[in-house]
Design a protein around this ligand. Sequence first.
Ligand SMILES: C[S@@+](CC[C@H](N)C(=O)[O-])C[C@H]1O[C@@H](n2cnc3c(N)ncnc32)[C@H](O)[C@@H]1O
Length: 334
Amino acid sequence: MFRYFGSKASTAPVVADIALDGYKNATVADAFGGLGNIGAEFKKRGCLVTACDLLHFPNAFQHVRLVCDGLPNFSRVRKLLSVSSQEGLLIHLNSLCSDESWFVKEYAEVRGFFTAENAAKISAVWLEIKSWKTLELIDVDEEKFLIASLLNSMDAVANTAGTYYAYLKKWDRKALKTFSFEWYLGFVEGPRGVAIRGDALNYLSDKKFEVLYLDPPYNGRDYSRYYHLPETLAKFEEVSVDSNSKCGQPVVRSTMGSQIRNAMRLPYLLDLINSVSWERLVVQYADGAHICLNELERALVTQGTLKVHEIPALGYQSTNGTRQQMHHVFIINK
Ligand SMILES: C[S@@+](CC[C@H](N)C(=O)[O-])C[C@H]1O[C@@H](n2cnc3c(N)ncnc32)[C@H](O)[C@@H]1O
């Protein structure tokens, strides 16, 4: 699975059980949805989930998990290509190769993020999906499913320690494997949810949910810079790359950084908590993060009856290994 800072994959089932204790088929907002790990657990438990994220590529993963209910049909694309099944489409996508693209030049020849062979395949699949989108041959479910599948498959052969902020000096074993485009089968059973690409406060203000779940950014790491490449691909933009940037950031940098940094601060979280109508608030927060735990607890206790659970978690996974962390799950009932 795509490696992501702050992913709650390891704690999601336990946290979802604690968060929903006493509720059945609740309406839930996952304000900082990321790859949708927690949202998917809520959906599995019958909840109607609305998730937000500022960035395009987490939104694609969330869409697959929370909105889609299975492999899309791709009827218009299959008709165009005369392929009878989704399996045939997979074979078609894996047969493509595009040696001369900006992606191959910038992320294989100039910078060693991918082998030239893999970059040519990734680039070709991306260009093919982009052309289907331009010709309006795919609907929104199909588009999000295709891009999440591409990014997940690409991440499996990226020559990185986990993010796209740097590539490794030597070729990692996984980067030398041949790229294969695989379906991202992240769907879960449950009510069809909503995945919004946008600022949590903007979108969720004045809306009503039984449970409001918050897993905010923990520190000043700018997701839009660390994951610039998947974000560029998910936006279907061919960007000019800054020749002075070692990791190949676009010349025009993402403007999301200030919004992401703002969302890690307590005043933003309190604005969000006070502007959404909820019955139960759930905040998951790690040791050693931007807001001191005592300060967070003092602010949350004013909101209702508070209980704190401590859950051992696996921290972010890189090629250097996985760190153990303690997560604090604050449950506040109004
Ligand atoms: C700690 S991660 C969430 C991880 C997620 N629970 C998971 O398991 O994948 C925080 C997420 O908040 C997003 N984010 C940051 N600022 C935001 C904002 N103002 N509105 C919505 N999402 C935001 C980031 O892009 C990132 O995906």
